[in-house]
Design a protein around this ligand. Structure first.
Ligand code: GLA
Length: 387
């Protein structure tokens, strides 16, 4: 088994009775367990209508993830640096109320359609569907009440690969305007190799479209440490889907070579970010993954990010044809997250593995159609190490 170097250090620490348990503040109650591998479940609060929400803590080999069944949100992800010191590398809130007050999809499962659908409309088998519109004229990340705001059924699993949390729900026919009763599962596994693996499945009883992703905001130094402009990133892509002023694809696949969008060689995120035009500026682009193989269930390397100070490295592998690099351009300092940290512009980056934006309106893009009798699958792996 290919375990990162810090894993062995941690194992010795556990044997000696010391633990590098994640440090964090007050609510919800922290689990101070030195269990090497496993899962605990705690109440995370209630929705205004009284629906209870839970939070699960998954631990494996020095990595700890907290995931709530509200929106399938990854609320915390504690990862060791090169010295074995852990930091929480995702943005989010300490309490359910933080999420209920509104936020830009921190850590959430977005669906039914991650990213944008132009004008909130698409035509399928001769019928035009009108979706909930929530981003200017467009529908973004599933509409007004997408998968990020739903309570999912949760099931705790023990797998040979590590502890896993299986979330499921049936999105009813017509939800946010989308056709078909859609049965969805999202399984988070915290693997023995120090990775957070996300497997998605879906089936429908009517032809429909879907595009699922996880919208985690990462800061490999820990959110309190500052912006992510010095993180170095490589993206395995030669092209992006060119977009108009509303971030809707024009249908053109634009070469990135020789532009500030080119991350073929590992480069600091901030090195050329000021050259990206627009307001608020910054990266918000869908990259066309070079090694994507239609129909393949084997995730391929999509991106690699390193924080040079802590040495933390995150590799992203996926079965999807695209990845949206988003540098948290819309964070403007009005949201305060975990531990009171002010979330300002470029405090984090997202690598949203997905089908391309607005695919239902572009016949030349990889299809996002799902037919009854077929099963949608998607696998994305966020793999951590330190060097
Ligand atoms: C995606 C979009 C961005 C923004 C964020 C959420 O990354 O591409 O434009 O909407 O989600 O704020």
């Amino acid at each position: 088994m290919n375990r990162p170097r810090w894993f062995h250090g941690l194992l010795s620490a556990i044997c000696l009775g010391i633990t590098a348990a994640p440090t964090a503040s007050a609510a919800p109650p922290r689990v101070e367990s030195i269990e090497e591998r496993g899962m605990t479940k705690m109440p995370f609060g209630k929705l205004p209508d009284g629906t209870p929400v839970e939070i699960f803590t998954l631990t494996n080999g020095g990595v700890t993830a907290k995931i709530t069944n509200y929106g399938g949100i990854v609320t915390e992800l504690h990862v060791p640096d090169k010295a074995g010191k852990t930091a929480d590398v995702v943005l989010g809130f300490d309490t359910l109320e933080g999420y209920l007050a509104g936020h830009p999809y921190f850590g959430a499962i977005t669906g039914r359609y991650a990213n944008r659908i132009a004008g909130g409309k698409f035509t399928l088998e001769g019928k035009t569907y009108s979706l909930a519109v929530n981003n200017g004229p467009n529908s973004l990340h599933g509409g007004l009440k997408g998968f990020d705001k739903q309570v999912w059924k949760a099931e705790e699993l023990k797998t040979p690969d590590g502890p896993a949390l299986k979330l499921s729900r049936t999105s009813p026919d017509g939800e946010e305007g989308y056709p078909g009763n859609l049965a969805v599962t999202v399984t988070y596994t915290l693997t023995n190799a120090g990775a957070l693996k996300i497997d998605y499945t879906a089936t429908t009883d009517k032809p429909t479209v879907l595009n699922l992703t996880n919208h985690s905001y990462f800061n490999l130094a820990g959110a309190a440490a500052g912006k992510i402009l010095d993180h170095e990133i490589m993206i395995s892509a030669d092209k992006v889907t060119a977009v108009d002023d509303n971030l809707i694809p024009t249908g053109v696949l634009a070469d990135v070579a020789g532009t500030p969008l080119d991350f073929g060689k590992s480069t600091a995120i901030g090195a050329r970010i000021a050259q990206i035009p627009g307001e608020p500026g910054g990266y918000d682009h869908n990259y066309v993954i070079r090694d994507y193989k239609p129909g393949s269930k084997t995730p391929v390397l999509t991106a690699r990010v390193k924080d040079p100070k802590s040495g933390r490295v995150m590799k992203v592998l996926t079965t999807e044809p695209g990845v949206q690099l988003y540098t948290a351009n819309f964070l403007d300092g009005t949201l305060k997250g975990k531990g009171g940290v002010v979330y300002d512009k470029n405090r984090a980056f997202c690598l949203e593995t997905q089908h391309w934006p607005d695919s239902p309106n572009h016949a030349s893009f990889p299809s996002t159609k799902l037919n009854p009798g077929d099963t949608y699958t998607q696998t994305t792996i966020y793999e951590f190490s330190a060097e």
